[in-house]
Design a protein around this ligand. Sequence first.
Ligand SMILES: *[C@@H]1O[C@H](CO)[C@@H](O)[C@H](O)[C@H]1NC(C)=O
Length: 414
Amino acid sequence: MILRLLLSILCFISGTLSEESPYVTIVVKGSDRVAETDDSFVCATLDWWPPQKCNYNQCPWGQSSLLNLDLTHPVLSNAIQAFEHLRIRIGGSLQDQVVYGVPTLGHPCLPFSKMSGGLFGFSEGCLSMSRWDKLNLLFQRTGAIITFGLNALNGRHPAQNGMWVGNWNSTNARDFIKYTISRGYPVDSWEFGNELSGSGVSARVSAEQYAKDLIGLKTLLRELYKNSRMRPLLVAPGGFFDQKWYTQLLQTSGRGVVNALTHHIYNLGPGDDYRIESKILDPRYLSRITDTFRNLQLTIERHGPWSSAWVGEAGGAYNSGSRRVSNKFLDSFWYLDQLGMASKYNTKAYCRQTLIGGNYGLLDTNTLTPNPDYYSALLWHRLMGKGVLSIDISGSSYLRAYAHCRKGKASLYC
Ligand SMILES: *[C@@H]1O[C@H](CO)[C@@H](O)[C@H](O)[C@H]1NC(C)=O
């Protein structure tokens, strides 16, 4: 019998390899499906960062923002189209300072500008509806599946220690979603907020308050989409996993409200860390993050079986990535291992920060040339199916292997 499965094998060449056995045994249990991903598992992000965003004396965003990217560039369209249906998650740090330029906005629709005292050092920024039209033209032309991250701080105000309090003001989001529906733009999922969970990054919101606003947003979506054939998902909170906070969010929002729990992964540390290369080549280091995947899976099984796990944003190294590593061949040892690991723990989507922008783009920010990780993403997407199979490896910790059913081919077990 020919097993319709595919093996993804990563071998880490390392100085300590000599201590390990030259023989390895891999046992794949073709009849044992341990998890299932989604058709649009491979996903990439587009971010809001303006050209003035800098880290470590470099400003690696250029013209790669949702607000200034050249949407007519043929390489961009081809790169998206190659996936047939690439999930694109729209969001990032400035997401909770974005307002939508609908007629009811009440003030001019202006881009982000540097502002001391502003969250992440920037002012509010506005997405004009003409820019939203142009973005959707690209998405529709290329078959992209869109997850849009909404501003979840609108109407709240800062209290102390980064905690933001008060109810979410849905007025601007409501008018934006209404406009989106009226134009027939097929947003697949609406995400609520960015990195506001747990202890937050720049700001945080309590799980109780967040849950209350999610119930409101769910109601709003049901009402706005009442006469539409589309039934977009509601996903949240797009932050770092915090077991207590995520549990509370599920318990307080209740059955059927949140369709997917999104979380972010930056397990390689800051982009200027001189140890990034050695971290990527150390399987024990890479394995540390399995606890996060496992605990999120358990949290969902126990407290929210109606929901599923998504990695909403993962760039490896934070602060715009590492110029030495994130856009190089070596990075795929981190990235492919992440795709395999996330799949094993029943993750349905894995959004790579970024499709373009910063030092971690699948496409180079300035030239749009595909980086090695672009091809890793495309290969994974084309070959690895939804069914994740059980696999045992013995002999070397430097060999990682993942087995999936073959993409798009049904067989006895797959
Ligand atoms: C919500 O925001 C709108 C402006 O976008 C404002 O007119 C309205 O008063 C706000 N609602 C509340 C409850 O603050």
